[in-house]
Design a protein around this ligand. Structure first.
Ligand code: URA
Length: 183
């Protein structure tokens, strides 16, 4: 991490980043946003269309589910930091390539080092498998996991719950547990 790193410096480095081809198709970089009162960091996969248009994470349909579920559990959106492993939208919302993840992870690592979260919530398989090596989140979700002196909590990606009531119920239960942990 650069000396005296700040969120503004990280945002600027992301904004100027040309380390992978996503820089040529993005409209905006999406570094992440929020506050840190709850010491909770939430990490998704990559920006989608709406995020790319606005430069803000989780503002489309999946974001609505995430934001509603947090709010039902008295977690103010401005008190948590929300970001993604990839800071630019992959064209047509394809899953990020491995080289894109390898290159982009440096920004997430700086964000984590700087913010020192009490817990990091990972949304969905892509993120959980990349950061924790989890093959399927079904067995690992809904509890605290430890790696490299950091605490993680894995749950489904809210996009997976859009047409699946059952997954939505589980997602809501998981976020409730996470909220209780943060009390
Ligand atoms: N899905 C994600 O994983 N991240 C976003 O920012 C939006 C949708």
């Amino acid at each position: 991490m650069p000396e005296n790193d700040t969120l503004d410096k990280i945002d600027l480095d992301i904004k100027n980043c040309t380390l992978c081809l996503l820089c040529s198709t993005r409209k905006h970089t999406v570094p992440g946003e929020g506050g840190f009162l709850k010491k909770l960091m939430i990490i998704g996969e990559a920006p989608g269309y709406h995020e790319d248009q606005s430069g803000r994470p989780f503002i489309g349909a999946a974001g609505k589910i995430l934001r509603n579920t947090l709010s039902k559990n008295d977690i103010k959106i401005n008190d948590v930091f929300i970001t993604n492993i990839i800071k630019c939208r992959p064209p047509n919302n394809r899953p990020p390539f491995i080289n894109e993840k390898k290159i982009c992870i440096q920004y997430l690592e700086r964000q984590i080092l700087l913010l020192q979260p009490k817990i990091i919530c990972l949304l969905g398989n892509v993120v959980s498998s990349y950061l924790l090596g989890i093959k399927s989140i079904t067995n690992e979700r809904g509890r605290i996991l430890h790696k490299n002196e950091l605490k993680y909590f894995v749950t489904y990606h809210p996009a997976a719950t859009i047409y699946n009531r059952n997954l939505l119920n589980i997602f809501e239960q998981d976020i409730k547990k996470l909220a209780e942990y943060l009390l």
